[in-house]
Design a protein around this ligand. Structure first.
Ligand code: ADP
Ligand code: GLC
Length: 478
C-alpha cells in the first residue's frame, strides 16, 4: 500500500505532545511491514535545519482561495522514512510552538497554514499532482490535516481514499465563515453535510464527515466519543459514522524509550536489574533539588498542564500526598494557572516537591526512570503515551479509568496482570485514595516488584497496531 501520512508534528524535530511521537514512529513501523509510507509535514525551521539538503521536487500551483504556491522538498529520516517537507516560509518559518504565537495565542492565520497542509495532501492525491508517486490512502491526523478529505470530496477527479485519525477530539480547528472562501472551498461545502459546524467552519468536522474511515487512538476512546457526555459536540456525527469508526491503540517507540539503552539515564537498567533504578532516583532528586532519600516514594508527572490532564486535582491533594510521606516531581508547561499553582506549591515545600516549567525531552526520560510512581489523573485521555513509558520503565502509573489509560493500565488488585493503580471518578478524593494505595504498595517489595515486572513485560511496541492500520488501509482502499 502507498500511504501519505499527513501531520503537523514530527518527533524528534517538532513535538508538542503525543501526535509528534506517533508521527515519528508509526510510519517506520508500517514500512517495516512492507508498506510505502511517506510523511507530509510543514517545513518548520527545525526540519529545514535537520535536512539542509532537502531538494525541491514540486511546486503545487493554483490551490484556490488565498492559498499560496508552496514548495515540496524531499528528505529521508534517519529511520529511512521519506519525508515531504511543505515549504512556505511566510507560514512556517516561525520559532517556537507550531500553533501558538509568542503571547501563547493561536496564530491568526492557522486556518491558512493548516489549510495549506490539508490542501497539498489532497493535491498529492489528485490528477493535478506532478509527483510520480500516487498514494492509495491519505492518512490525516487531527484537525490540522482533516480538511484534506473535504478537498478530495469537492475537487479531485481521481478520488484517492482517506482516513482521519482523531488524536484528540478537544481540538477541532474552528474558524469563521470567511475561511471558506480563503481556503478555496466551494459554497456547496457550507452545509451540515459538509464543513459547516454550528455556523462555523470546522476542519475536524469536515474530516469526520468526508473521510472514508475514521479511527481514534484507543478502543476505549472510540466508544467514549460516541456518547453525548464525551463526544465534545461531535457524538451525533460519530454515531452516524459508527460503521466506519474504530479504535487502534497507540504504540511507543521502544528504541527511544528503553531503560536498558537510554542514553539520558545515569544508570541503565532492565527488569532483571531493577535495583539499578535507585541510582536514577537519587540523581533525579539531586537534579531537582529534592532531599536525596531512598525511604519515601517519589511521585512524578510529565505533562501538558491543561484541564484535560486533571493536574488541578493532584494539586488539590498535593499537601496530603507529601504527608503520606512522599515526594513530588513535576515537569510540564501550559495553562498559566496550573504553572503558577504548582510552582507556588513547590516553593512552599522545598526538598519535598520540585516543579520544572518547560518542555525537555531528556528530562522526561530521567523522570520516567527516577520516579517510583507516575501520576496521570486525566479527565479524558484518547490514548496517552506517558503511562506506557512508565510501565516500560518500571514506574507503576496511577491513572483515571478513561480512554487509553483504561486500555493499558491494570489495577494492582488483579494479581496476575496488575501493573498500576486505576481510579474512577474525576475527583481529588478518588485520586488521593489511589495515590495512597500506591504509596502503601510501594512499601511492600514483593508486591511492588510484581507490578513493575508486569508493566515492563507488556508489549507496547507498534508492531501489532501497525498491522491494524495496514488492515484498515486495505479495507478503505478496497
Ligand atoms: P498528549 O499528547 O495529550 O500531550 P501523550 O501522553 O500522548 O499526551 O503524549 C505526551 C508526550 O509529550 C509524551 O512523549 C511526553 O513525554 C511529552 N511531554 C509532555 N510534556 C512534556 C514536557 N514538559 N517535557 C518533555 N516532554 C513532554
Ligand atoms: C493526543 C492525546 C493523547 C494521545 C496522543 C497521540 O494528544 O491527548 O492521549 O496519546 O494524542 O495519539
Amino acid at each position: 500500500m502507498k500511504i501519505l501520512f499527513s501531520t503537523s508534528e514530527l518527533a524528534p524535530w517538532v513535538k508538542t505532545g503525543g501526535l509528534g511521537d506517533v508521527a515519528g514512529a508509526l510510519p517506520a513501523a508500517l514500512r517495516a511491514l512492507g508498506h510505502d509510507v511517506r510523511v507530509l509535514v510543514p517545513a518548520y525551521p527545525a526540519l529545514l535545519q535537520a535536512f539542509p539538503g532537502a531538494a525541491e521536487i514540486a511546486r503545487p500551483h493554483w490551490l484556490g482561495g488565498l492559498l499560496p504556491t508552496p514548495g515540496l522538498r524531499e528528505a529521508t529520516a534517519p529511520d529511512g522514512t521519506p519525508l515531504l517537507l511543505l515549504d512556505y516560509r511566510p507560514y512556517f518559518d516561525r520559532t517556537g510552538n507550531p500553533y501558538l504565537g509568542p503571547e501563547g495565542r493561536d496564530w491568526l492565520d492557522n486556518h491558512l497554514r493548516f489549510g495549506l497542509l490539508s490542501r497539498v495532501a489532497a493535491w498529492i492525491g489528485s490528477e493535478a499532482s506532478t509527483l510520480d508517486w500516487v498514494p492509495d490512502v491519505i492518512h490525516c491526523n487531527d484537525w490540522q490535516s482533516a480538511l484534506a478529505p473535504a478537498y478530495l470530496a469537492y475537487g479531485a477527479e481521481r478520488p484517492v481514499k482517506s482516513l482521519v485519525t482523531v488524536h484528540n477530539l478537544a481540538f477541532q480547528g474552528i474558524f469563521d465563515h470567511a475561511a471558506l472562501f480563503e481556503l478555496g472551498l466551494p459554497d456547496a461545502a457550507w452545509s451540515m453535510h459538509g464543513v459547516e459546524y454550528h455556523g462555523y467552519l470546522s476542519f475536524l468536522k469536515a474530516g469526520l464527515q468526508h473521510a472514508d474511515a475514521i479511527n481514534t487512538v484507543s478502543p476505549g476512546y472510540a466508544r467514549e466519543i460516541q456518547t453525548d457526555a464525551e463526544g465534545m459536540g461531535m457524538a451525533g456525527l460519530l454515531r452516524h459514522r459508527a460503521a466506519d469508526l474504530s479504535g487502534i491503540l497507540n504504540g511507543i517507540d521502544t528504541r527511544d524509550w528503553d531503560p536498558a539503552h537510554d542514553g539520558h539515564l545515569v544508570k541503565r537498567y532492565g527488569s532483571r536489574r531493577l535495583e539499578d533504578k535507585a541510582a536514577n532516583k537519587a540523581a533525579l532528586q539531586a537534579e531537582m533539588g529534592l532531599d536525596v532519600r531512598a525511604d519515601r516514594p517519589l511521585l512524578a508527572v510529565v505533562s501538558r498542564l491543561t484541564e484535560q490532564k486533571g493536574l488541578d486535582l493532584f494539586l488539590e491533594v498535593a499537601a496530603r500526598v507529601l504527608d503520606l510521606p512522599a515526594q513530588i516531581a513535576v515537569l510540564g508547561s501550559g495553562a498559566h494557572a496550573l504553572e503558577h499553582g504548582w510552582t507556588a506549591f513547590a516553593r512552599r515545600h522545598p526538598g519535598r516537591c520540585a516543579v520544572r516549567i518547560g518542555f525537555d525531552e531528556g528530562f522526561a526520560h530521567r523522570i520516567e526512570a527516577g520516579a517510583d510512581i507516575f501520576v496521570m489523573p486525566s479527565r479524558f485521555e484518547p490514548c496517552g503515551l506517558n503511562q506506557m513509558y512508565s510501565l516500560r520503565y518500571g514506574t507503576p502509573p496511577v491513572v483515571r479509568a478513561t480512554g487509553g489509560l483504561a486500555d493499558t493500565v491494570v489495577d494492582a488488585t488483579d494479581e496476575k496482570r496488575g501493573n498500576g493503580f486505576v481510579f474512577g471518578p474525576a475527583t481529588a478524593a478518588a485520586l488521593f485514595a489511589a495515590l495512597q494505595r500506591a504509596a502503601v504498595a510501594w512499601r511492600d517489595p514483593t508486591l511492588w516488584r510484581r507490578l513493575q515486572k508486569h508493566g515492563m513485560a507488556r508489549d507496547s511496541s507498534w508492531a501489532e497496531s501497525a498491522g491494524h492500520y495496514a488492515a484498515l488501509y486495505e479495507k478503505i482502499a478496497g
